[in-house]
Each structure stands twice: as C-alpha cells, then as structure tokens.
Design a protein around this ligand. Structure first.
Ligand SMILES: Cc1ncc(COP(=O)(O)O)c(C=O)c1O
Ligand SMILES: N[C@@H](CCOP(=O)(O)O)C(=O)O
Length: 465
C-alpha cells in the first residue's frame, strides 16, 4: 500500500514511512493511494470473530509491504488482549428500541483513543527498532489523546513524547492522567491558549523542516494515518453485530478533529453498508455550520462541558476535502491557502452537494447535552459522558427513530468528566480500580506561552527548562 499527501507535493510513502513521518512535508495529511474493498462475504465473515482477528482482516491491506501477517497478528493480539477491560473490547449497549451505544472506553485511559494509540505505540517500537532510529513525538490534546498517547509510549525504548494541552481547559482527571506519568521520556506542557493553538504549534513544528529533521519529529495525533486506520475496525464489528451487511446501520459520532468520523467514512468506502454518518458537534460547531452553508468558516472557541471537542479547526477535514475535490492536491492547497488568509473558504457547488450527501450534522449545546444525559439516565439508568450525550442527541435530531439501527459512538468513560456528570444526573461516576488513587498522585508539568520558539527551545533542551 502506498500513501499520498492531500496537498499533492510530498513524496509517496509506504505504511512504515507514513507512520514515522506524521504530517506530510508539504503540510498535508497522508491518505491511502486507493481504498481496499471488502465484499459482503468478507464482511459477513467478521461475525463472531475476536476483535483482534477482525482488526487483522480490516487492517491487513493498509500495512501491506511494511509488516508481515505474523508481525501484524502479534501486535493486534497484544493490543486488544489484556489491555482492554471488556471481553468484547468494543461492546454494544442497547439504550432504546432502536438505539445502541458503541462503548469505546474500556481501554487503559478510558477513551476511544486507546484503540489506535495502543497499536501505534507497538508500530513505533517495531519500526524504530528496525530502522535503528529515535523519534521525538510532539502532540496536541484537548484531553484524551494526551493520556492515551503517553500511556502507549511511556515504555517505548526509542521514543520520547512532548504533549501540549490547553491550560485550564481539560478536566482534572484528564490532566492528571497525563501529568502523573513521571517517566523520563514524557514531558507535559500546559500551553496558554486553546487546543487549536496547541495543534497549530504542532503543525508549525512539522512545517519547520530543519527542526523536524534535527529532532526526528513524529506524530500521535490523527495527523498520523495509523490513528485513523485503527479506528475503522470498530465500525465493522459494530455493524456486523447488528446485521450488516444485510442490514445497514447509521452512526452518530461526537466530533472534534474529524478523525473518528473520518474512519467511518473510510469503512463505508471499503464497502460497509452505512446508511448515514452524523457529525455530532458541541457549541464548537464549525462542521455543523459547514453542512448548513457550504462555507468552512472559523468561529471563536467556546469552553463546554464536552471539552475534548472544544475544537474549531478539524484537522482531518482536509482528508475529506481531498476526496471531495477529486483527489486534486492543487485544489486542496488553494482551499487551505484561502482558509489561512481569510479564516474561511466556500466549497464548489458539486463538492458541497457531495458533502451533504455523505453526512448529516447537528450542533448540541451544553443545556441539551445535560438534558440528554438526564433523559438517558431516567429512561435506562445509563450514565453517559457528555461527549457521548452530544452524539445521542445528534442521532435523535438527524436520524429516524425507527428503521435503520442508530449507533452512537460512546467515546469516553463518564468518570473522566465527573463534575459535569454529577451536575447533570446527580451521580458521581467512579474511576476504575487502576485509576482509583489518581487524584492523590504527584503531578509534573510545565507551562509555556503559545510560542513556537519557546517550545522548540524546550524540546532541544530535552524538556528541561
Ligand atoms: C471523548 C471524545 N469524544 C469525541 C472526540 C472527537 O473525536 P475526533 O477528534 O476524532 O473527531 C474526542 C477528541 O478527539 C474525544 O476525546
Ligand atoms: N479530542 C482530542 C483532540 C486531538 O485529536 P486527535 O484525534 O487528532 O489526536 C483529544 O482528546 O486530545
């Protein structure tokens, strides 16, 4: 499998190279040169398989030429074996006659990010050892990627990680999940700014080619194709559990950086019968507005009770733009240049029509999020986290109540957002045993202004200020 950049100017790479490269050198994101297809027979054959085996069948074509079957199998068995606390890894939980939650929070850091990052850590170990290379990871987090990435690489021999989070804008549990990991290869940085500022710093560091080569920069955000790839799998396992390929399924996906829902879009492109994909946003609604108007226009970042989605610039949207624009890198460059200059651009009419054909979208504010948490709790006793509640409400708004099953991705454990959950439903969600003493652990992190030079200096000094 070969990978091409959305901006059309960077080298075509193998899976191994893409995984270690992160952002393409032309500033774009890597995409598979063509999508592997799964026939209805292939999809049917996933029924009842252990998660790791289903993952093997879905992921195998994407890594072709970089990993042998035996290597991939071993990594998937390790990733989805003991590290997840639920026997079915990604269980479905029925909360209404036609409504299911796909619970993706049974991994070590209690959010869907573990599905991809536990695997990515193993790819890093394997490829850096094979190449005799060290990697300096620079990541940005609105709360969940950070802890999942740190957990995944803390024991990697050839990797160090610098993780940026927006100061005061992540929950206490999220912050502590990152800052209490005191391993020598982990540096946590609170940036005086928003998640978008953190993500812009990461991209600016990658676009500084001299610096990127000097420190051998790598990515754990969904900039890295391997992240999206791993997240494709659970769309297949959920859909076949509900009767696919004979019965189509719709998914509602709490969305920030557009990575998780983009994985659903890829699953559909591979042949999975997905009737509708719903983009569920909180008050940071750039994507819902884009669906309504055809213009992708930057707004202000609002702090919400679903803080992991407090994002305006959705990194992976560029991957969709690439497809909408007929995989024309020059067209994507023109859109991104217009966006950089004006903070907005408008899709050509045919592309806008295609976008609306592919996705629905809804904006769910904090009041509706809390009301949804209350309604779900009252109806079924289920305690949903606020991000999941955004997804549940968006499914209600965008999808018919009967017919095609509605599956909402449940992206985080409620205990990560205890204060918001308590305020909405009066229940104090309990952290699992391995995190029970989290609030008493020693924390270590540094604070930096939103400044690339300050960040580069800190990284050059190995995290010692
Ligand atoms: C709990 C939670 N839900 C949803 C999202 C949105 O996912 P994505 O950024 O892939 O759209 C995030 C962060 O990315 C998250 O941490
Ligand atoms: N919500 C994310 C933001 C980063 O998204 P990513 O999927 O690109 O890593 C977070 O929790 O950090």
């Amino acid at each position: 499998m070969k990978y091409v950049s959305t901006r059309g100017l960077a080298d075509t790479l193998s899976f191994e190279e893409v995984t270690l490269t992160g952002l393409a050198r032309d500033g774009g994101l890597y995409m598979p040169a063509s999508l592997p297809k799964m026939s209805f027979d292939d999809i049917r054959a996933l029924r009842g398989l252990p998660y790791a085996e289903a993952a093997f069948r879905v992921i195998r074509p994407f890594v072709e030429g970089s990993l042998t079957d035996a290597e991939l199998k071993a990594m998937l068995d390790e990733t989805y074996g003991d590290t997840f606390r639920h026997a079915s890894t990604a269980p479905l939980n029925q909360i209404g006659a036609n409504d299911w939650l796909l619970e993706l929070f049974h991994g070590p850091t209690l959010a869907f990010k573990d599905f991809a990052l536990q695997l990515l850590g193993r790819f890093f170990d394997h490829f850096t050892a094979r190449q005799g290379k060290r990697l300096t990871i620079l990541g940005a987090t609105s709360g969940d990627t950070g802890s999942a990435a740190i957990e995944a690489v803390r024991a990697c021999e050839n990797v160090s990680i610098f993780m940026l989070h927006p100061k005061g804008r992540v929950s206490e549990v999220q912050r502590r999940q990152m800052t209490t990991i005191l391993a020598p290869n982990v540096v946590n940085i609170a940036v005086e700014g928003t998640f978008d500022d953190c993500q812009a710093l990461v991209k600016a560091a990658f676009n500084d080619h001299a610096f990127r080569d000097e420190v051998s920069l790598g990515a754990v955000n969904s900039i890295n194709w391997a992240r999206v790839m791993a997240q494709i799998v659970y769309y297949f396992t959920a859909a076949v559990s509900l009767g696919a390929p004979e019965r189509p399924v719709s998914f509602s996906v709490p969305t920030g950086n557009f990575g998780d829902i983009f994985a659903g879009y890829i699953a559909r492109g591979m042949g999975l019968p997905i009737e509708r994909l719903v983009i569920a946003t909180n008050a940071n609604d750039i994507l819902a507005r884009t669906l309504k108007t055809g213009s992708y226009a930057m707004g202000d970042v609002h702090a919400t009770i679903s803080p992991s989605m407090d994002i305006q610039i959705s990194s992976n949207f560029e991957r969709l733009m690439f497809d909408l624009a007929g995989r024309d890198g020059a067209a994507v460059r023109a859109y991104m240049d217009t966006f950089a200059a004006n903070r907005s651009f408008s899709f050509a009419p045919a592309e806008y029509a295609a976008l609306k054909d592919l996705f629905s979208a809804a904006r769910v504010d904090d009041k509706e999020t809390s009301a949804t948490m209350q309604a779900v709790y009252k109806a079924s006793g289920y305690v949903a986290d606020p991000h999941t509640a955004v997804g549940i409400r968006a499914a209600e708004v965008c999808l018919p109540a009967t017919g095609t099953p509605r599956v909402t991705l449940s992206t985080a454990h409620p205990a990560k957002f205890g204060a918001a959950v308590k305020a909405a439903v009066g229940v104090d969600p309990v952290l699992p045993a391995h995190l029970a003493d989290l609030l008493g652990r020693e924390e270590r992190y540094q604070t930096l202004p939103n400044d690339l030079n300050a960040l580069k200096a800190l990284m050059r000094a190995g995290g010692r200020s």
